[in-house]
Design a protein around this ligand. Structure first.
Ligand SMILES: Cc1cc2nc3c(=O)[nH]c(=O)nc-3n(C[C@H](O)[C@H](O)[C@H](O)COP(=O)(O)O)c2cc1C
Length: 141
């Protein structure tokens, strides 16, 4: 289950996200889900919402908690080290770097996501970012 408590994309908005989503997380925690995945960034990419303590969502859920929103390798490591999530997910960095795990593992510079190709158009910006090796071990027939 994925929640976006503080991102008003497409008109989603809650006047009291702490109370609402803490309750939701607690209820979801009773269902034996594999994980709760929370987008912690707002529409500006800010991850420090003044009225929301994400840690309480995690506690209320009680299971595997995945945090998302504005993470790079360093921030993800620090977040995990601080015990603030069980896993971190990467959106734009993975879109622009199909070999993201290998790049992280070898500290290789990253391709920069091109915002102009987000959300539509054709495959440009979805399948054509280069890998380090130029080959993707993927999708063979
Ligand atoms: C091109 C693009 C398409 C996305 N589509 C969706 C979507 O369909 N549903 C959704 O919940 N989030 C969607 N997102 C948001 C991402 O899943 C992620 O929450 C967001 O990019 C923040 O993570 P990041 O900072 O690691 O990129 C999309 C993001 C991008 C860049």
């Amino acid at each position: 289950m994925r929640l976006s408590p503080v991102n008003p994309f497409n008109g989603m908005y809650d006047s009291d996200p702490q109370t609402t989503f803490e309750y939701v997380a607690e209820q979801l925690g009773r269902l034996g889900l594999a994980y709760l995945h929370v987008v912690e960034a707002d529409e500006h990419g800010e991850t420090t919402h003044p009225a929301v303590n994400f840690h309480r969502f995690r506690d209320a859920f009680g299971g595997t908690y995945i945090a998302n929103g504005g993470f790079d390798y360093e921030r993800a490591g620090a977040y995990l080290h601080q015990g603030r999530a069980d896993l971190i997910s990467f959106g734009r960095l993975f879109l622009a770097n199909p070999d993201l795990p290998e790049r992280f593992a070898h500290n290789t510079p990253l391709n920069v996501p091109d915002h102009a190709t987000f959300y539509g158009g054709d495959e440009t910006g979805y399948t054509d970012y280069p890998t380090v090796t130029g080959n993707l071990a993927c999708c063979g027939e």
